[in-house]
Write a protein that binds this ligand. Structure first.
Ligand SMILES: *Cc1c(COP(=O)(O)O)cnc(C)c1O
Length: 466
């Protein structure tokens, strides 16, 4: 499989190069030259198969002959062996045709483990083969960072630097990152928002000499390998609920648009999806863009679902590329508009086409809390605030009552205990393997929101230049 940049000006690359490169050199995101397609029989044959088997079948076409079947299957087995549930991503029922897809059984209790655990192994495999080493730099609003650190800790082929917005991640999230004391792990608390952190990482990628000097690599949600790994659970859950014969809908708590874009790819690959609900909190740039056609950057407002507190949704560019007939020039102009004036417009025929699949809604803080409370009262079940945003949005776009509606449950309630306890009076317990999290030693460095200062720190502390 070959990959092209959404801005059309970067070289075409193969899978492993795309994996290690992250952001394309023209500032765009890599996407496959075409979407692989499964016929109905192939999809039907996934029913009842283990998660790891479906993962192999879904990912293999994106990788092509770059990794042997034995190696890929081995990495998949290892990655999902770290999960605390045999099904990896089990479904649970919360209403007559309403389901939660539990994506939080990985080592850091959020769905980002699903992608990161396999990504780290794919990185290691590609780097060992090339006898290379990379410096990973990433921005996190909380969950990506802990998932990445947990997946890459102690690996000899990588140094990892994670920028998080100081004081804006939950204590559990921070401790999951800062209590990992492996020497290849570096936590940087930035005086700023998640978008500031993300902008700093983008600037480092666009600084080509810095990029080459430290062999910079990215594992943020723009990394194609992550999107690819997230396609898998749409297939496992859809076939469990009757696809390809029965169509269904998903509601996806959304920030950077990676998870819901994976759902879009699953549809392009042949899954019969009626609707993909883009569920945002009050940072609703995507809900606005998909209803009005204007993508206008506002200011980030902190919410109780902090992993979705962003205004610039990087992966949306991948959808724009497809919507605009894969015209990199058009995407470049829109992204320039974004940089210069803080926004762009999606024209009417394209917006209507997008709305054939995507629906969107914004959930207020009060509705998020009320949804947590209601599910607890009705079902005795605790959900985290991100999942609650998804459940609320699912209800808004219920549509056809008899078709299954699956909400992606993106985090374990114990990852966001304050909001859950406030809404229900119940304190969700951390799983046994994390019970001593609050007693572990922390290590982190605080730095200003300043590119030069952060670059100096990274130069000093990585094994490429040290
Ligand atoms: C990252 C994250 C999201 C948002 O996912 P995107 O792929 O960025 O849209 C939702 N919920 C939780 C718990 C997350 O960690």
């Amino acid at each position: 499989m070959r990959y092209v940049s959404t801005r059309g000006q970067a070289p075409e690359l193969g899978f492993e190069e795309v994996l290690l490169t992250g952001l394309a050199r023209d500032g765009g995101l890599y996407v496959p030259t075409e979407w692989p397609r499964f016929d109905e029989e192939e999809i039907a044959s996934m029913a009842g198969k283990p998660y790891t088997e479906v993962a192999y079948r879904v990912m293999a076409p994106f990788i092509g002959d770059e990794i042997s079947e034995t190696d890929l299957r081995g990495m998949i087995e290892e990655a999902y062996g770290t999960f605390g549930h045999d099904a990896v991503a089990p479904l649970s029922q919360i209403g007559p045709s309403d389901w939660l897809l539990e994506l939080y059984h990985g080592p850091t209790l959020a769905f980002k483990d699903v992608a990161m655990q396999i990504l780290a192994r794919l990185f290691d495999h590609a780097l060992a083969k090339r006898k290379e080493r990379v410096t990973i730099v990433g921005a996190t609003s909380g969950d990506t960072g802990s998932a990445a650190i947990e997946a890459f800790r102690g690996r000899d082929t990588t140094d990892i630097f994670i920028l998080h917005p100081k004081g804006r991640v939950s204590e559990v999230q921070r401790r999951q990152m800062t209590t990992v004391l492996d020497s290849n792990v570096h936590n940087i608390a930035v005086d700023g928002t998640f978008d500031d952190c993300q902008a700093l990482v983008k600037d480092m990628f666009n600084d080509h000499s810095f990029r080459d000097e430290i062999n910079l690599a990215g594992v943020n949600s723009i990394n194609w390998g992550r999107v690819m790994a997230q396609i898998v659970y749409y297939f496992t859950s859809a076939v469990a609920l009757g696809a390809p014969e029965r169509a269904l809908s998903y509601s996806v708590p959304t920030g950077n648009f990676g998870d819901v874009f994976a759902g879009y790819v699953a549809a392009r690959m042949g899954l019969p999806l009626v609707r993909l609900v883009v569920a945002t909190n009050t940072n609703d740039i995507l809900a606005r863009a998909l209803t009005t056609g204007r993508y206008d950057v506002g200011t980030v407002v902190p919410t109780i679902s902090p992993s979705m507190d962003i205004q610039v949704s990087s992966n949306f560019e991948r959808l724009l590329f497809d919507m605009y007939g894969r015209d990199g020039g058009q995407v470049t102009r829109m992204m320039e508009g974004l940089k210069q004036s803080g926004g762009f417009s999606i024209d009417e025929p394209r917006l209507s086409a997008a709305n054939q699949v995507f629906a969107a809604s914004r959930t207020s803080e009060d509705d998020t809390k009320a949804t947590i409370k209601k599910l607890f009262e009705d079902n005795g079940r605790l959900i985290d605030p991100h999942t609650a945003v998804g459940v609320f949005a699912a209800e808004q776009h219920r549509g056809h009552r008899r078709l299954p509606m699956v909400t992606l449950s993106t985090a374990h309630p114990a990852k966001f205990p304050a909001a859950v306890e406030e809404a229900t009076g119940q304190a969700p317990a951390l799983p046994a393997r994390m019970q001593d999290l609050f007693d572990r030693e922390e290590r982190l460095t605080s730095l200003p929101n300043d590119l030069a200062a952060i670059q100096t720190y990274i130069r000093k502390h990585n094994r490429m230049t040290a």
